[in-house]
Design a protein around this ligand. Structure first.
Ligand SMILES: *Cc1c(COP(=O)(O)O)cnc(C)c1O
Length: 495
């Protein structure tokens, strides 16, 4: 299996090379040159690990069976994921399942990818005989930073350095990062906002002189962001898993179609579902749920992607995004891998901030994609409604998904069994959840809120968050953003 560029500007490469490179150097994303087909009957009875092995093998053909098996074993176990099912499916009703993607170490769905991707990256550097240690640079506004720190923690041959805006993350998010263990993890608080962090990291990736200096000292820069194929491919697994659980639960018989509802930001999660569909998983409709940063809702309904709009901060911050990077891969696959079209659209996006897809592509899109969004009020009301009606606690991202699913079901009358992807533990966003349930906007600190929410609902506190308070603070670096390069050199003991 080779990987090709969505913009037709790179020659086909192996999966190890695609994972090592992250994105196409001159713009564009790597996609598999064809989509492997699966007979779902063959998957029945598999546990999560066997299923993972089966699916990853189809895409990572330059990795040996043993390498994949070892990575799966190391990533998807009950030490990392607090559930035998890894991603358990919780049934709200016979026909509606909530896929809990947050039992990993950092309480959000990014763990599913970031627990295994670092292992593939290290194997890639060995296969390519790079002979240098990998230095991962991350700019984060919260969730990704901690998930990456945990994923790379103590992974041999890697160092990870995370820059986060001192005042731009929640207290729990900061504590999650600064208590990270491991000899190769570094989190750095920056005086400034997220954009400062991101722009600096981007400029370092473009700074060839700085990279040559690192190379000469035996280091190679790399990123772990969500456009890396190594982060996308592990997310395909849980779509098949959820389907098998629906069969096991007798919500469907094998071969029946189901819907998936996905709270969406960068379009990575839902794109993995689309690959599962193209591999042969019977899916009727993808319900793409946004918050009031509803650029995708408009795109699905009008065929126009327009990033020139107001940006809102919401209670579902991981979906506060105006450019959904992975949409590019989706359009490439939707158009039958038409790199010319994708190239044209993305040139327009970067020049004008807007592009419009053609009629045929739009028809194909609307056949099986539904786009909707939830306001802040609707999101809070949804948390309360689901709790009161089902005694089940959801976080604001999941609530956006539930609310849009409800709108879809009312509008269309569709009663097809549906899985809603739940992307974070309610305890991770406890302030919003507590206020949704009680109407009480407290100023209590987030640890007090963990306890209060637990007393109110009796839902157990997520292990990764409960342990935080007693953990030692191990990272003390605080810098001005213009010191980022020096900080990297100091961490790597180059200066
Ligand atoms: C990252 C994230 C999302 C958005 O996922 P995409 O793959 O970017 O669409 C949704 N919810 C939570 C909690 C997240 O951390």
């Amino acid at each position: 299996m080779h990987y090709i560029s969505t913009r037709g500007n790179y020659s086909p490469i192996s999966s190890a090379q695609a994972i090592k490179l992250g994105m196409v150097p001159y713009g564009g994303l790597f996609c598999p040159e064809f989509i492997p087909q699966i007979d779902i009957h063959k998957l029945q009875g598999m546990n999560y690990q066997n299923l993972a092995q089966y699916i990853l093998k189809l895409y990572l053909t330059d990795y040996t069976d043993e390498e994949i098996q070892q990575a799966v074993k190391q990533a998807y176990n009950q030490k990392n994921f607090h559930s035998e099912d890894i991603t358990p499916l919780h049934f709200l009703t016979l026909n509606t399942g909530i896929l809990e993607l947050w039992h990993g170490p950092t309480a959000a769905f990014k763990d599913l990818a970031l627990q295994i991707m670092p292992l593939f990256l290290v194997l890639a550097t060995q296969k390519l005989q790079l002979g240098r240690e990998i230095v991962i640079l991350v700019a984060t506004s919260g969730d990704t930073g901690k998930a990456a720190l945990e994923g790379f923690r103590n992974v041999k041959g890697t160092q990870i350095i995370v820059f986060y805006p001192r005042k731009g993350v929640s207290y729990i998010q900061e504590l999650q990062m600064i208590t990270t263990e491991g000899q190769n993890t570094f989190s750095v608080a920056v005086e400034g906002n997220f954009d400062d962090c991101q722009n600096t990291v981007k400029s370092i990736f473009g700074d060839l002189e700085f990279q040559q200096l690192l190379n000469s000292k035996g280091y190679e820069l790399s990123s772990a962001n969500s456009i890396n194929w190594g982060r996308l491919v592990p997310q395909i697994i849980y779509y098949f898993w959820a389907y098998l659980k629906m069969v096991e639960h007798k919500a469907i018989v094998i071969g029946d179609s189901i819907n998936f509802t996905v709270p969406t930001g960068n379009f990575g999660n839902i794109l993995a579902g689309y690959y599962a569909y193209r591999m042969g998983l019977p899916i009727k409709t993808f319900i793409c749920a946004s918050n009031i940063n509803n650029v995708l809702t408009d795109f699905i309904n009008q065929g126009i992607y327009n990033k020139k709009r107001q940006f809102y901060q919401t209670s579902s911050p991981s979906m506060d995004i105006l450019i959904s990077s992975n949409l590019e891969r989706f359009l490439f696959e939707l158009t039958g891998q038409n790199a010319n079209k994708v190239n044209r659209w993305y040139t327009e996006l970067s020049k004008e901030g807007i592009f419009k897809i053609d009629y045929t592509t739009r028809e194909q899109l609307s056949q099986f994609f539904y786009g909707g969004y939830a306001t802040e009020e609707e999101t809070f009301a949804e948390i309360k409604e689901i709790y009161n009606r089902y005694n089940y606690l959801i976080d604001p991202h999941t609530a956006v998904g539930m609310n849009v699913y409800r709108k879809y079901a009312e509008e269309t009358g569709d009663t097809t069994p549906t899985v809603i992807n739940s992307t974070a533990s309610p305890y991770k966003f406890n302030r919003a959840v507590y206020s949704a349930l009680t109407g009480n906007k407290t100023t209590d600190d987030e640890f007090v809120l963990l306890e209060k929410l637990n007393q109110l609902t009796s839902v157990p506190i997520h292990r990764g968050l409960n342990e935080l308070k007693s953990k030692e603070i191990r990272h003390h670096r605080e810098i001005k953003i213009d010191q980022a390069r020096n900080t990297i050199l100091e961490i790597l003991k180059i200066r």
